[in-house]
Design a protein around this ligand. Structure first.
Ligand SMILES: [Cu+2]
Length: 115
């Protein structure tokens, strides 16, 4: 009986740790740009202040632009930039605004969940 309680407690602790790791991961969001796509093209996070780390692994400059929020960063090839946003729940689109990169595939969806 006691062993069972201990086992259940350990399991709960394990789940709690996993949940915390997920929450920590959600405080920062990483996205990579290259010709002509974002990786990943679907991002998910929770509401609040989130820092996006945008890496450009392509050969030309790209932007990470959230038109609905009027915010963007331009990242030169081989460089990394960060963008901190205070997010409210909803679904947002991110695109690259250089030439017709969006039309060529540089478009993604960010889902922000309520906590
Ligand atoms: Cu681009």
């Amino acid at each position: 009986m006691r062993l069972k309680t201990l086992l259940l407690t350990s399991l709960s602790a394990g789940f709690l740790l996993a949940a915390c790791a997920g929450a920590d991961g959600a405080s920062g969001v990483e996205v990579t740009t290259r010709e002509m796509k974002f990786t990943p093209s679907k991002l998910q996070t929770t509401e609040g202040e989130r820092t996006f780390t945008v890496r450009n692994r392509g050969d030309i400059a790209h932007t990470f632009s959230l038109n609905e929020l009027g915010r963007e960063v331009t990242v030169q090839p081989g460089k990394t930039k960060t963008l901190t946003l205070n997010l409210t729940p909803g679904t947002y689109t991110y695109v690259c605004r250089i030439l017709d990169h969006e039309g060529l595939g540089m478009r993604g969806t960010l889902r922000v969940r309520a906590t």
